[in-house]
Design a protein around this ligand. Sequence first.
Ligand SMILES: Nc1ncnc2c1ncn2[C@@H]1O[C@H](COP(=O)(O)OP(=O)(O)OP(=O)(O)O)[C@@H](O)[C@H]1O
Length: 605
Amino acid sequence: MAVTVLVGGLRDSKSLLLTPVDKRRRHKPIAIALSRLQAHGAPAWKSEGCCQARPRNLEDRSSDSDYADSVELQPELKRLKLRKNNWSSESYRFDEVFTETASQNRVYQVVAKPVVESVLNGYNGTVMAYGQTGTGKTYTVGSLGRDDPSERGIMVRALEDIISNTAPANDTVEVSYLQLYMESIQDLLAPEKTNIPISEDPKTGEVSLPGASVVRVKDLDHFLQLLQIGEANRHAANTKLNTESSRSHAILMVFIRRAVQENAVDEMISQEKASRADLPGRNSVPIVRRSKLLIVDLAGSERIDKSGSEGHLLEEAKFINLSLSSLGKCINALAENSPHIPTRDSKLTRLLRDSFGGSARTSLIITIGPSARHYAETTSTIMFGQRAMKIVNMVKLKEEFDYESLCRKLENQVDHLTAQMERQQKLLDSNKFELERQLRECQDSFSEAKQNLISRSEVVVSPRNHICNLVEECWPYYDEVFGEGQYSFGVGFKDLLDELNRRKEHGDLMHDKVARLEASLEHGKQHQLESSMYQKVLADTTQMYEEKIAKLIKQLEEEHDRGENAEEQLDAMKTLLTEGQKTIQQHEDAKFYISISTCRNYSDV
Ligand SMILES: Nc1ncnc2c1ncn2[C@@H]1O[C@H](COP(=O)(O)OP(=O)(O)OP(=O)(O)O)[C@@H](O)[C@H]1O
């Protein structure tokens, strides 16, 4: 089975699709690479075409005009027949034929909603209304429905859908509203901006209007206000055909920028990463889809000779016809898959170059009236719609890495981390202060403990001296009683014992204090460990103090041993003293006995 793919698009947009990937890679490697991946499954959509029959107005009624005079609407068959001399059997098929009673909501659902959905998915889209003056293009497309929301047209309903399907936190919806009047583009949101130049990117084929204002839409009310401003600024000139006729093409441009859900591009990224080693990490670079929706309310097509325009109005009509016929030629060329699409002939076709045919999903609504007087216009409108429906669009996604938002994200992270670091630095400073305070306390405690130990050793030394003095005191008696090499004690022994007990208690207290200091140092050590910055300082300090403590403990133990020795010596001395006292007593008794015996002897003599 042979399969033919018809690639349509205004000039250069097709060549963009058909340009070898590597040639374009030079310019925007990542965006192009992504669109290359998308291109594998790029959907092809036929341009949609619907026909809307405007309800009969007062003029139609007064002239007794009816559709039966010119066309036969067959909505159930999605067809209509044109009345020729006799009713021809030829009928024209549309994607939908709306009768006079069709609601604005139904028209939107069929004509514009699928395009809006595609735009929300990242494809460009265009909805365009074409028809003779006064047949209801502006009503269908641009009605604000101020008094009755059911009368809201495609522009309002499209934005309603877009706003409700985008998240302001991640996505942006922006609009430009312009009119093309006598080959001059004017900003309808800032009417002082006229003759805005069209810019075409030679590499991507993208059309833009750098001079036009682009307003970020906050909500539907905001958009309604913008539309109202645009409507007030839209130039309208009365013609003999319709007193409220728009003599310009109104173009609403909606720019959507959406953050892509991660899983939606997983496969695509992994394929791309496999071919590009230098591509940043999957989760590190957000991806955005940019799409553009154009809603175009074309100026009425009319035959100059019939409009009865003169002077300036005639000039207007000529410009309108120039742009519409140029659009018609482009559509014919696209429908015939012609190699040359004459987009340069008018600003309208230059402006629509990337939006009708080619890579955008498009939908056209043609509007017709019942008057047989305008049979020729009705016929040409129907033929225009039929040709436009032959165009096949190869739509493509425009997806790229969002380095801008990545940059913002990273900046935020840096800010966050800086603030966190500052907080931690403050905490460290306060910890440092606290630790320094604790260290000072420890140092004071140690000095105190050291001082205490020194005085304690003095206390230990002084009783020894005291004992020695006592021994010295007893020395003569001992020699007298026990001979050389022995000691004897004098009075003050009890005081000495008390002193030793006090020193023992004091020694115990010192023990406790040292234990507390050790605990405090341990605590300080824990603190210090938590703070890596001071860990080493603390470790050194701790080691130093541990050594000091060990030294002090050793001193204390030595003193304790000395105290115990002294105690033992004291016990021994106590025994010796008791014995010495006994000896002294015996000595005294002996002396006394001798003196009595001597006295007796004297008395006996
Ligand atoms: N479907 C409709 N239901 C009710 N009224 C409609 C409908 N279509 C058009 N009208 C009315 O017909 C009149 C002409 O419509 P409108 O101005 O939209 O035509 P137009 O094609 O935009 O004309 P022009 O090309 O001159 O701007 C308006 O008063 C409008 O309210």
